[in-house]
Write a protein that binds this ligand. Structure first.
Ligand code: ADE
Length: 420
């Protein structure tokens, strides 16, 4: 494999290594998998290309895959999420080629994806499906070299399922996001905490008493609404799905369309996975000083091009805050260029939830290696048995014990003769 890389500054490596070690302490499941991988080497001889956020948690995953025998390369899955010290440490201390620089432009982002694909991977590991989609669109001839892939996010899984439905997917992919030990925890508690963290680090505003609008009430939206309420904000939810909307109402939130929320919101955050959720007409209605952020995967949820056209000027107030001045003189503040604020302005989900998500990634890679050539070219789930095993190890790591069914209870649950 080519040993090239593109990172910001190798001198940042030592600081990165310490932070990687810090995260590792909160990742008992991955540590246990790592121990087994070191002995069993289930990924021996496999070239893996990962397109993930380059964070301390990801570094721990890559090291686990490496100890499992894989030859790993990584490129960024978002131009703003790279932690440059981690990138430096991966190259310097772990000899893992990294193509990622925080703040890279669009062209560089894609050059980095091409560099990862130049290694001719046998397996892909995606966060948002950019690697798989670039491979299919621009290098279809390379698809036959790939035994399979894994995908981390809701957004990526939606893209891949669309590819599979159209008969376009040329190798099997495991939807890590669909595991219970992923979306129940990472999407909810991870997004909830890290999004508040990102908004606060970017702005240093007090959230107590603010009208906080959460667009989307999927797992990410549920987590964000819960945590925004916890910090004292008045939370308003916007939705398009009637079931999710009722759930939000019964969870105690105000629910209304975006064009009503736009008038009263102080802080807005999109977590829908769809585009133009906050659009031109919404900006027309917002209060002076409104703060608008996104924590969904792509930077399409806020229609920033429309805002650029409407505004008569723009000033960078703080590192991740652009204040747009509207013709009336009102200011609208966009955080992190509309990119996922939890990774742009903070450090993404804390290690303890990434532990379970990345345990799913590591076990999916192993499962894919064990079943190479046997899986249909569609989107799969990690078998439930492995998903539950991750939960079991996590509980063990937390020092928490639970009950087990008695034989009598087990029988009761599997019989149909019992009645009133
Ligand atoms: N996605 C969300 N948070 C993350 C983190 N800390 N590391 C990698 N991917 C993430």
């Amino acid at each position: 494999m080519k040993r090239e890389f593109d990172i910001k500054n190798p001198k940042l490596a030592d600081g990165g290594r310490l932070r990687i070690e810090w995260a590792e302490q909160e990742m008992p499941v991955l540590r246990q998998i790592r121990e087994r991988f070191t002995k069993e080497r289930p990924l021996a001889g496999l070239r893996m290309a990962a397109c993930l956020h380059v964070t301390t948690e990801t570094a721990n995953l890559l090291h686990t895959l490496q100890l499992g025998g894989a030859d790993v390369v990584i490129c960024a899955s978002n131009p703003l999420s790279t932690q440059d010290d981690v990138a430096a440490s991966l190259v310097t201390h772990f000899e893992i080629p990294v193509y990622a620089v925080k703040g890279e432009d669009h062209a560089t982002y894609y050059q980095h994806i091409y560099a990862a694909l130049d290694t001719h991977p046998h397996m892909t590991m995606d966060d948002g499906a950019d690697l798989v989609s670039t491979l299919h669109k621009e290098r279809p001839e390379q698809c036959s070299e790939v035994a399979g892939g894994t995908e981390e996010t809701t957004t990526g899984v939606i893209r891949l399922k669309a590819m599979a439905a159209a008969g376009a997917l040329r190798f099997p992919v495991i939807a890590v996001n669909d595991s219970m030990t992923k979306h129940f925890f990472d999407n909810r508690y991870g997004t909830g905490q890290s999004t508040i963290d990102g908004i606060v680090r970017a702005t240093n505003i007090l959230l107590a008493g603010k009208n906080f609008v959460v667009a989307g009430y999927g797992w990410c939206g549920k987590g964000l609404a819960m945590r925004a309420r916890g910090i004292g904000a008045n939370v308003i939810v916007t939705e398009i799905d009637p079931v999710a909307a009722i759930e939000a109402v019964m969870d105690g939130f105000r629910v209304m369309p975006m064009d009503e929320a736009a008038v009263i919101g102080d802080v807005f955050c999109t977590v829908t996975g769809d585009m133009n959720v906050i659009d031109g007409p919404d900006f027309e209605k917002m209060k002076d000083g409104a703060i608008v952020a996104n924590s969904g995967h792509f930077n399409v949820e806020i229609n920033i091009p429309a805002l650029e056209k409407m505004a008569k000027g723009k000033r960078k107030m703080r590192e991740f805050v652009d204040a747009y001045t509207m013709p009336s003189g009102r200011k609208i503040n966009i955080l992190g260029e509309g990119r996922l604020i939890n990774l742009a302005a903070a450090e993404g989900h804390p290690a303890s939830v990434m532990d379970m998500s990345f345990a799913n990634q590591a076990l999916s890679a192993e499962y894919m290696a064990q079943n190479s050539g046997k899986l249909e070219k569609t989107v799969h789930r990690l078998p439930e048995k492995l998903d539950r095993e991750i939960a079991r190890i996590k509980l063990e790591g937390m020092g928490i014990h639970i009950d087990t069914l008695t034989e009598e209870q087990q029988k009761y649950l599997t019989s149909w003769e019992e009645g009133t």
